[in-house]
Design a binder for this molecule. Structure first.
Ligand SMILES: [Zn+2]
Length: 418
């Protein structure tokens, strides 16, 4: 599995801060006492802000940067980069992500400020307006004209605010979208930074989870809370330069600490349910003397040209019509065209073969449907919106969409977190 994001960043000799510092683990008794202390602080604080770093995503199969086997640590040592067990696309949120999402849902955590670009906070259900992504998001692209942000289900191809090649789809805009991922030299996005500063200053409690707090200005943000009279908690396996400012310091894995703290708060951590959407289009076109041409297309809901990283292959068959050959499509675009010799009902079964992930083995999803195919040149849908004559003229030139369906598949995490 490649480390797409780290490899896309420009090469930099000076990575700043300390790399590969040893990890410290609190003994069980101390960890439990600390988790108890943390749960009490969460309970007693009216407003909480959470700061997160790469340490909360290592449990998802994504390597961190500055740990003993982190990406930058290995790069500095001239060793091969660590292998990711999961790509950003197929990774599922960790226990910590889900615990944070639940605390946000309950109104306890007012804002989550993350240095992570893996998109897992959004995937876990944290609403966009409660999240500040200081270093961007590998799944986001933004329109420079109208500021609309699009969250995709595929990784954006570029980093450093470059044009992605896609256009804004807001009515009347057509702005050229740019990625929303910082490269080394890029300044932090102003809107995310201001929101983080305000949240940190207003919070009674700031909790830092899995961040080595070494990169400015992100590492200085949590200090605004103690400066304004609140408290700071740091949960990390390595020492950080801000440890002295913390009212509570916990050396433990974020998941273990959050599991214990949520249990003491008696707040169940919800399971993660992933929902993916695919678009199925069925269109017809006058097919000449042989009949009516029918086109079945399975595509991304983000646009017909967009990648579908979760779909490995698509099978399409027509169980009640022997004359129409079934199709096995192994690469995009997933499109099949068949000529229906006479008008009538056409049944089809579309099977999506999804990619394997670390949580789930190879899986298929079936979609069955029946559509009405009109005689050549007289598409059903077009006749209802234009005169028959116009429709016939139009159909000679164009495909007419007769069914569009957004298929949603849910992948449920088998292991419950609580
Ligand atoms: Zn726009």
């Amino acid at each position: 599995m490649s480390l797409g994001y780290a490899e896309k960043l420009s090469y930099r000799e000076d990575l700043g801060g300390q790399l590969g510092a040893p990890e410290i683990f609190d003994q069980d008794e101390a960890l439990n006492a600390n988790a108890q202390h943390l749960s009490g602080m969460i309970r007693d604080s009216k407003t909480v802000v959470v700061f997160t770093g790469a340490g909360i995503s290592t449990a998802c199969g994504i390597p961190d940067f500055r740990g003993p086997n982190g990406v930058w640590t290995m790069q500095r040592a001239g060793k091969p980069l660590p292998k990711a067990r999961s790509s950003f696309t197929t990774a599922i949120p960790s226990l910590t992500h889900m615990a944070i999402a639940e605390l946000v849902r309950r109104g306890k955590v007012r804002r989550v400020v993350s240095q992570n670009v893996d998109g897992l906070h959004l995937r876990s259900g944290v609403p966009r307006d409660k999240l500040a992504e200081l270093h961007g998001n590998c799944f986001a692209e933004r329109c420079p004209s109208c500021k609309k942000e699009y969250i995709r289900d595929f990784e954006i191809e570029t980093v450093g605010f470059k044009r992605t090649g896609r256009k804004c789809s807001m009515p009347g805009c057509k702005g050229r979208l740019k990625d929303f991922i910082l490269d080394w030299e890029d300044a932090l996005p102003e809107d995310e930074l201001v929101a983080s500063e305000e949240a940190a200053s207003a919070a009674a409690l700031a909790i830092c989870l899995g961040t080595s707090l070494q990169i400015t200005p992100a590492c200085d943000l949590p200090l605004r809370t103690p400066k304004a009279g609140g408290k700071l908690v740091i949960v990390n396996l390595q020492k950080t330069p801000k440890d002295k400012k913390a009212a509570l310091l916990i050396h433990g894995r974020a998941d273990e600490v959050m599991r214990a703290a949520m249990s003491r708060l008696q707040i169940p951590i919800p399971p993660f349910v992933r929902q993916d959407t695919f678009l199925i289009n069925i269109a017809q076109q006058s097919g000449g003397r042989k009949g009516t041409a029918v086109e079945v297309r399975v595509s991304s809901t983000h646009g017909p040209e967009c990648a579908m990283p979760l779909v490995r292959a698509v099978d399409i068959c027509f169980p009640e019509n022997d004359t129409l050959r079934p199709a096995s499509l192994e690469r995009q675009p997933f499109v099949v065209k068949r000529v229906m010799p006479w008008p009538g009902e056409l049944s089809m079964r579309i099977t999506l073969h999804l990619v394997e992930t670390i949580e789930e083995q190879y899986r298929t999803v079936d979609h069955t449907c029946t559509v009405s195919i009109a005689a050549p040149g007289i598409p059903t849908r077009a006749c209802s919106t234009a005169s028959d004559e116009q429709a016939v003229q139009k159909s000679k030139r164009r495909k007419i969409l007769i069914e569009q369906c957004e298929r949603v598949t849910a992948i449920t995490q088998k292991v419950l977190y609580s």
